[in-house]
Every structure is written in structure tokens, then in C-alpha cells.
Design a protein around this ligand. Structure first.
Ligand SMILES: NC(=O)c1ccc[n+]([C@@H]2O[C@H](COP(=O)([O-])OP(=O)(O)OC[C@H]3O[C@@H](n4cnc5c(N)ncnc54)[C@H](OP(=O)(O)O)[C@@H]3O)[C@@H](O)[C@H]2O)c1
Length: 334
């Protein structure tokens, strides 16, 4: 009988998740009920937000329950169908979880086209990171042609797309990332104007040098000291997009708030948070545009594919917090 290995939440972590956080269990392959499909998962998405989903607190989604299969976006192929909308072999994406096989209602399953891009890209530039960059920058950030845009977490899934979308709008783009290799990728291959290596230089000083007139849009993926450095350089009417704050996701003590927040007042600037799900009614628009840019070579979609199967889920998640990924991190499951 085919095995269905799954990652279940064993215990809520304090600080970084470790081996005690997860149980790896073998379950049966689920049969689809009426209106459902069974999906053989090929790649699971690793997302910084997963760390937040492990905390037993009120948030934009309920916490993952102890012993439940870990929530995860994934892509794969339909292995059994009880829905007229999908046939065996169809390539699909959905919230299938960290598991080798998943059953899902057909209405929650999205068809993807492997002739446009390989499966991992549907978890990156053509999936939620793409939608997050697109709506976060254009709608929440109210991007204007020619703006000076600064993005942190710049060599990651969302950040690398934010910078490239801004470049297409004639903006000056400054990326902040960890390490010389990531910074070289941003400037040499993605066309960023400047990359600041926050691990080896002062972000505050580099922003003074490279954004002498100030920042119009700061797209924040990391929070903490980098957010403070960006706040200090805002221009009149600037928009700060609060997308994420990964520097504090594993904190065991309350993290300090930004010291430089009065810069928002002085510069009549705004700081707005958002969740990509807010734009669910417009995913089609983003998918069409992102797909066009990827096809035209205007958007470099890079994924880092971790191997070793579902048993490597816990180790692979940690790579995000250690800065070991460039572009979108996914785990190959089958
Ligand atoms: N609001 C939404 O709807 C939404 C949707 C998707 C993602 N997000 C958020 O967007 C952000 C980026 O997500 P992603 O999926 O694109 O992940 P990602 O950027 O591909 O991966 C995380 C990166 O964060 C950086 N990082 C880790 N610890 C850090 C620290 N202490 N200080 C500064 N940087 C650190 C690392 O890069 P370096 O090597 O450069 O340090 C790492 O590669 C996250 O905060 C995530 O929660 C929000």
C-alpha cells in the first residue's frame, strides 16, 4: 500500500522550531469524497509565516492545532478525482499541507499550467509571493513611476519580486539583504540599482548615501533595526508597506517597537500592513500580469529547491531564518 508521510505539529516551539516541534507519521492515502480530489504533492512551500501559525494566539488565520498536519501551500498532481472539474494527472496548487498526499475540495484547488512555468514557480513568482509583491507594492505602497523604493529581505521570494516590479516602473531600487553573494545577484542579475549588505555595513549610513533625497516607498519584510533605519530616511508623503517582520518571528521576549516612528508624522507618511488574502478577488489580475512578465523575461523567477523528501520539512523551514535561501524556498516531496 502507498504510504502517505505527513508532518504533524508535536509541540509549540519557544524560539526557533526544533526536532521536538514535529512528528513525522505515516497515514493512509485519503480517498476523495464527492466533489473532492486527492493530490500527490510534488513541492511544499516554506514560508516565514509558518512560524506565526505555530503560536496559540489570535491572528489572521487560526493556529495550527497540536497533532494536525502542518498548514502549507503546495503543488502537485491529481492522483484520484471525484469531481468533474479535475482529471487524474492535472497539475494543481492549493493549501494541501506538509504531506505526501492530500484530499481537497475541488473548489479550493487551483489548476496550474506547467507549459507556462515549472511547478515550483507556481509557489513563487506565480503564486502567493508574486501576489504579495504585486499588491503590496502597487496597491498598498501606491507606487509611482520614478519613486525611490527600498526593500528589505530583498533576495528572498517576495523581496526579489518587489524590486524587479519597481524597476519596471522606472524606480530607483535599493535592496537590503544578507551577504555579498545575494547582493551581487540583486544588482548584477535582477537590475537593482544598489544592494546593501546589512551583515557587513551600516544600513543607516548606506541609505544616507544611496537615497540622498529620501525614500518614497519602503517595503518591509524584516522589521527591527532595518525598519528603524528606513524610517529615518523617509521622504515627504512616503509609504511604508508592512509585509512582514521576520527578524522577530522567533523572539522569546517582546520586541521593541520602532524608535523612529515620528518620522511618519514629520513626513506626513503612512505605514500600512496587509495580508495577501485581502486581494483574493484580484489574484487573476496579478497572475496574468506576473505570468506575462515571466514569459517576457522581465521578471526573474528563482526558486531554491530543497531535497530529501517530506522528512526534511523541519530542517528546510529553518533555512529561512538562517538566510540560507535565495529566491523562493520549496521542498521537493515527490
Ligand atoms: N503580508 C503578507 O501577506 C505576506 C505574504 C507572504 C510573505 N510575507 C512576509 O514577507 C517576508 C518575506 O517572506 P518570503 O516568503 O519572501 O521569505 P524569504 O525572504 O524568501 O526568506 C526569508 C529571508 O529573510 C531574511 N532574514 C531571516 N532572518 C532575518 C533577520 N533576523 N533580519 C533580516 N533578515 C532576515 C533571510 O535573508 P537574508 O540572508 O537577507 O537575511 C531569509 O532568506 C516575511 O516577513 C513574510 O512573513 C507576508
Amino acid at each position: 500500500m502507498t504510504r502517505n508521510r505527513q508532518v504533524r505539529l508535536a509541540a509549540r516551539p519557544v524560539g526557533l522550531p526544533d526536532a521536538s516541534t514535529w512528528n513525522y507519521v505515516d497515514a493512509d492515502v485519503p480517498e476523495p469524497a464527492d466533489g473532492q480530489v486527492t493530490v500527490k504533492v510534488a513541492y511544499v512551500s516554506l514560508d516565514p509565516a509558518m512560524r506565526g501559525w505555530l503560536n496559540d494566539v489570535r491572528s489572521y488565520v487560526p493556529p495550527v492545532q497540536i497533532d494536525a498536519v502542518m498548514r502549507a501551500h503546495a503543488v502537485g498532481h491529481v492522483s484520484a478525482s471525484n469531481s468533474p472539474d479535475f482529471a487524474v494527472g492535472d497539475a494543481v496548487s492549493g493549501n494541501f499541507g506538509a504531506t505526501e498526499y492530500a484530499v481537497a475540495d475541488a473548489k479550493d484547488v487551483v489548476r496550474v499550467d506547467e507549459s507556462i512555468a515549472p511547478l515550483p514557480t507556481w509557489l513563487g513568482a506565480l503564486g502567493f509571493p508574486g501576489f504579495t509583491a504585486y499588491f503590496g507594492l502597487l496597491d498598498v505602497g501606491k507606487l509611482k513611476d520614478g519613486d525611490t523604493v527600498v526593500v528589505s529581505g530583498a533576495a528572498g521570494a517576495v523581496g526579489s519580486l518587489v524590486g524587479q516590479i519597481a524597476k519596471q516602473h522606472g524606480c530607483t531600487v535599493i535592496g537590503i539583504a544578507g551577504g555579498a553573494e545575494k547582493c551581487a545577484w540583486l544588482t548584477d542579475e535582477l537590475g537593482f540599482d544598489v544592494a546593501i549588505d546589512y551583515k557587513s555595513e551600516s544600513v543607516a549610513k548606506a541609505l544616507r548615501q544611496h537615497a540622498p533625497k529620501g525614500i518614497d516607498v519602503y517595503f518591509d519584510n524584516v522589521g527591527g533595526e532595518i525598519l528603524d533605519a528606513a524610517l529615518a530616511r523617509l521622504r515627504l508623503g512616503a509609504r511604508v508597506v508592512l509585509c512582514g517582520a521576520i527578524s522577530g518571528y522567533n523572539a522569546t521576549e517582546p520586541t521593541p517597537g520602532p524608535q523612529n516612528y515620528l518620522s511618519l508624522l514629520i513626513n506626513r507618511a503612512s505605514m500600512a500592513g496587509f495580508i495577501v488574502f485581502d486581494f483574493a478577488g484580484r489574484y487573476g489580475e496579478a497572475a496574468a500580469k506576473l505570468g506575462e512578465w515571466v514569459a517576457d523575461g522581465k521578471l526573474v523567477a528563482r526558486e531554491q529547491v530543497a531535497t530529501g523528501g517530506i522528512d526534511k520539512f523541519g530542517d528546510t523551514l529553518l533555512m529561512l531564518f538562517e538566510g540560507k535561501n535565495t529566491g523562493k524556498l520549496v521542498l521537493q516531496v515527490s
